[in-house]
Design a binder for this molecule. Structure first.
Ligand code: GLU
Length: 492
């Protein structure tokens, strides 16, 4: 049987990183089994739809490199659908649900319910006060055929409910949790079709998974409690039930569900901060899954090779930002410089270091800075924090120690010699930058720390930092002279 999996989000806002992980595990499993990975849009709850969410969703998946084989795509700015099992947007499948619900009603497996919101609320309150789990009391289950027909013909508002079988164990298998069994008395007569004619999630998901030939349903564990109702539907229709794989929730360090309050949870937040797709995907793969060997860095290809559901844990996966940063830093060190440059641009502008035009006309200069600083950062937006030292005629002294370093007796002589050497050249090129410390040593007798610490302190305001030769070249003659003058003035 062909492996067919689907990622089936509802476009109700931003893409949670937990959802990206669900998409990733679906993708990896499909690729490893030479199967198909489908993107289906579950938009049956029309009240929760958010403008632009679908586009954002597809963009996030594409950014991550998790290309689907069938379903909903964006091409030249238009939403298009591809594959033999379409439409892949649930709101375009209403005619299909209509047909399938009728089969259930005809067989007595589903029934219309006319109960008002108020009545349902009252029943729920009574059950609660008696210490029972709130459930529909099947008030409309035994209405006569005539009454049902009359009330429908009179246009009375109603829903269609699932008739859960009486007094039975409902069983299904989950790849992570094994056999699961639940007594039917604990399952509510779930609404399948709402009064607006739209299906509920529970109904649409089963019809679609079946019609789309889904072999494995891989989704977050928050859907585990819905699965028994879905299992009943598979049984009523006489359809083969897919393999279920419920993934552990992504948790924060306090073992609570990762939510917006504790920081970034949406994929767009990470994109905006300049995380790399390889880094986020590599890290997310490890949240809830552990590889056979003690290894943490994986390309997408390696993940396809290694990934399996039997190493997915049933306990929640803890999201550890420090580990993500460590992994992302690894990919930043290897990334294409042009990519880092384009990612860094908006952050440089935002921090007010340069305008877009200034960046455009000093591309190579900015790239040199990025290449010097890339080893220090875990995501691209951080680069601006380290860039400050390359801007401004005056340096900011990082600490008291910097000032003490510059107050040593020989420093005036050293800086004067540096100024003199600078005034002898047109530009600070690699020959000058490479030789200047040696020349200052010969001329002033200062060597080792006594030589390079004050020089670094004078031109950057710091005692440690990137390679000095590169710093000289990035700053250039003019800025070096201005900074040395500034320091000499302050110290005099
Ligand atoms: N539409 C559900 C969601 O938004 C999908 C649940 C499922 O995969 O069955 O997550």
């Amino acid at each position: 049987m062909e492996t067919r999996v689907r990622f089936a989000p509802s476009p109700t806002g931003y893409v949670h990183i937990g959802s990206l992980r669900t998409a990733l595990y679906n993708y990896l499993f499909a690729k490893a089994n030479k199967g198909k990975y489908i993107l289906r849009i579950e938009d049956t709850d029309q009240t929760r739809l958010v403008e632009g969410a679908l586009e954002n969703l597809i963009h996030s998946l594409e950014w991550a490199g998790l290309q689907h084989d069938e379903g909903v795509f964006i091409e030249n700015g238009n939403i298009v659908q591809k594959g033999d099992c379409g439409p892949y947007i649930q709101s375009e499948r209403l005619h299909i649900y209509k047909q399938y619900i009728q089969t259930l009603i005809d067989k007595g497996y589903a029934y219309p319910c006319f109960c008002s919101k108020e009545r349902l609320e009252e029943v729920r309150e009574n059950q609660k006060s008696e210490g029972k789990t709130p459930m529909y009391d099947r008030h409309c289950l035994h209405l006569s055929k005539e009454e049902v027909l009359n009330r429908i013909n009179n246009g009375e508002e109603h829903v269609i409910r699932l008739k859960v079988p009486n007094n039975r164990e409902i069983k299904f298998r989950d790849a992570v949790r094994g056999e699961i069994s639940i007594h039917s008395s604990e399952i509510d007569d779930q609404v399948l079709i709402k009064s607006d004619g739209f299906p509920t999630y529970h109904f649409a998901v089963v019809v679609d998974d079946h019609l789309m030939g889904i072999s494995h349903v891989v989704r977050g564990e928050e859907w585990l409690t819905s699965t028994p109702k879905q299992a009943v539907l598979y049984e009523y229709y006489g359809w083969d039930i897919p393999e279920f794989v419920h993934l552990p929730t992504v948790l924060n360090k306090d073992k609570k569900k990762l939510s917006k309050r504790q920081g970034d949870v949406s994929v767009s937040d990470y994109i905006a901060k300049g995380y790399l797709a390889e880094g986020l995907v590599n890290y997310l793969a490890l949240v809830g899954w552990s590889p056979k060997e003690n290894k943490e860095l994986f390309t997408l290809e390696e993940l396809i090779e290694e990934f399996s559901f039997d190493r997915v844990s049933s306990a929640g996966g803890v999201f550890d930002i420090d580990k993500l940063n460590w992994i992302n830093a690894h990919y930043i060190k290897k990334a294409d410089l042009d990519l880092l440059f384009s990612l860094a641009r908006p952050h440089i502008v935002q921090r007010g270091l340069m305008t877009e035009d200034e960046i455009e006309s000093n591309k190579e200069w900015v790239k040199t800075i990025i290449s010097v600083l890339r080893d220090k950062i875990s995501h691209v937006s951080e680069i601006t924090l380290h860039m400050d030292i390359f801007f401004g005629d005056e340096v900011a002294f990082e600490s008291e120690e910097v000032i003490e370093t510059l107050q040593q007796n020989h420093v005036g002589r050293l800086l004067n010699a540096f100024k003199a050497k600078l005034s002898e050249v047109e530009t600070v090129d690699s020959v000058f930058a490479g030789g200047i410390l040696g020349e200052l040593k010969n001329e002033t007798g200062a060597k080792g720390k006594a030589l390079f610490m004050p020089v670094r302190a004078a031109v950057t305001g710091q005692l440690h930092g990137p390679d000095l030769e590169t710093v000289f070249m990035i700053l250039g003659k003019e800025l070096l002279l201005k900074r040395i003058d500034y320091v000499m003035k302050i110290l005099s």
